[in-house]
Each structure stands twice: as C-alpha cells, then as structure tokens.
Design a binder for this molecule. Structure first.
Ligand code: DGL
Length: 273
C-alpha cells in the first residue's frame, strides 16, 4: 500500500519555504505541493469569494489524493479559511498564521512590524492575534500589494531592484522615543525568499521572523507517529493553472518535486495512484 500523502498548499511558490522545513521535521512522509497559481495573488481577493474558491479546490484535492494531513502554507488563506476547511473535511489541517505571539515574546523594544499581504493585514484573525498575544507591544501592520509577485519574479531569475523592495518594506521601520523596531514578522510565505535582500537594504538590523520551522514542528505533532506504508514514489507539484513556465519547473525540480507522469518512472507513477 502506498502511503497517503501530505498536501502543502499555497497560492504560488511561497509554500516551498514551509515544505523545506516539513521535510526536515517529517522526512518519512510523501508530499504533494499544490500551487493555486490560477488564483495568484490571493492578497486582494474578496473574502467570501476566496473562501468559496479554496473550499471547492479542497473538495477535489481530497477526493483525488486522500491526504493524511493538509498544510495551508499561506497566511492569506489560513487567516481566512482554516475554520471553513476544518468544518468541511475530515482530515487535520495545519495553518500558517502571522507569528505575532513569538515576536511579542522576543521583542526588546516593544516595536514589532508584521509584513504581509493586504488580505492578511485586514483579517479579524490577525487583529485577534494582536489582542490576545501582543498587548504589551506596538504592532505595526504593513500590507504590501507587490511583494509576493516580486518574490516570484526574483525566484524566476528576473531582476528585482533594491529600490522596489525598499519601497515595500520601508514602513516596517519605526523609531519612537529612543526605541526602534527590532522584529519584522514575515507573514507571507513568499517573503523568506527575499529575506537575504531585506537584510542588505534594511536601515538597521532586525530579526526577520520566519515561522516555517515552528509550523513544521506542529505538523509533526499532529500526525500519527507511524507512517502507514513506505513513502513510495516522487514528491510532486500540481499547478491549478496547468503547466508552469520553465523557470518555475526548474525551481520545482530543485526542490525535488516532479510535475507530471513523464518525469518519473512508470512504476513510481503507478505507485502514486
Ligand atoms: N504566500 C501567501 C501568504 O503566505 C500569499 C501570496 C499571495 O499574495 O497570493 O500569504
């Protein structure tokens, strides 16, 4: 019997930053990466339409792949649809939500910024995290319309200028009464791909908080201890928009993800079912 896979879901390539840590935490599992590139970017979607889209997508994904767990590796989706997915389907879901609690615990200056999509910034869920866990901090929500797209362009090998990125992140840096921002939460899974550049262009050093490792550890706890069957076959990626472009295919290959039956051996693909 082939092992039931773990689905890792994002609007694009951002969820790869979570997949990387999942593979460290639970190396004995098989992963299917789902990129809803036909819906990308999620940041500006109207909330009820996005809920409807993602629940409908999961209807098909769960019937087709019979996953043992789904990781929603997207803040914009998790802060909106997790409750709906849990109510609709009988598998565990692990979400990715802004790491406001650890940021508030670690900040020395009490000035924390959350860099996210406009969708994540406006969610009640995000405001609730601030009220529940960051009462003693000043939390500055910074919504960027362009950064997820710039991260995709950067990873595809296109030139993304420092000035473009500076414009998007400058609002994260606050100085007040002798204190200054010391933590910026990367509250979109695309942004860790740009973190090295953020470090270069930041007006002063801050901790860029990426919650991927914590999410992976949580997923390991939620899973049953014993994986049923061997993780036979390839990890693979599925794009809702059909065949992705060449740089994106190369990126997927770099992450050890196959994109179609033509890329594996026939027996491995039979095992994938
Ligand atoms: N990667 C997604 C997140 O974590 C958002 C990207 C998008 O704008 O679709 O929020």
């Amino acid at each position: 019997m082939s092992q039931r896979p773990i689905l890792v879901f994002d609007s694009g390539i951002g969820g790869l930053t979570v997949l990387r840590e999942l593979r460290v935490a639970i190396p004995d599992r098989r992963f299917i990466y789902i990129a809803d590139d036909a819906g990308f970017p999620y940041g500006d979607w109207e909330e009820s339409a996005l809920i409807e889209r993602i629940v409908a997508l999961f209807d098909g994904l769960i019937a087709e792949h019979r996953p043992q767990l789904a990781v929603i590796a997207c803040n914009t989706a998790s802060t909106l649809v997790l409750a709906h997915l849990r109510a609709a389907f009988d598998i565990p879901f692990v979400g990715t939500v802004p790491a406001i609690k650890p940021a508030a615990e670690r900040s020395r200056s009490g000035l924390v910024s959350v860099l996210a999509t406009p969708g994540t910034v406006k969610r009640d869920y995000t405001r609730g995290l601030i009220t529940d866990f960051a009462r003693d901090c000043e939390v500055n929500l910074v919504g960027s319309r362009r950064l997820a797209g710039l991260a995709e362009a950067h990873i595809r090998g296109e030139r993304v200028g420092f000035d473009e990125l500076e414009t998007e992140i400058s609002a994260c840096f606050v100085q007040k009464e002798g204190r200054r921002t010391d933590i910026v939460v990367l509250a979109c899974t695309h942004y860790p791909f740009l973190a090295n550049t953020f470090r270069k262009i930041a007006p002063w050093p801050v901790d860029w908080l990426d919650p991927a490792e914590a999410i992976a550890r949580h997923a390991a706890k939620v899973l049953p201890d014993i994986a049923p069957g061997l993780p036979e076959g390839f990890d693979r990626a599925v794009f809702t928009g059909g065949a992705p472009d060449y740089p994106t295919r190369r990126l997927m290959h770099g992450f050890g993800l196959s994109l179609g039956p033509g890329e594996g051996t026939a027996s491995a693909w039979r095992a994938l079912g």
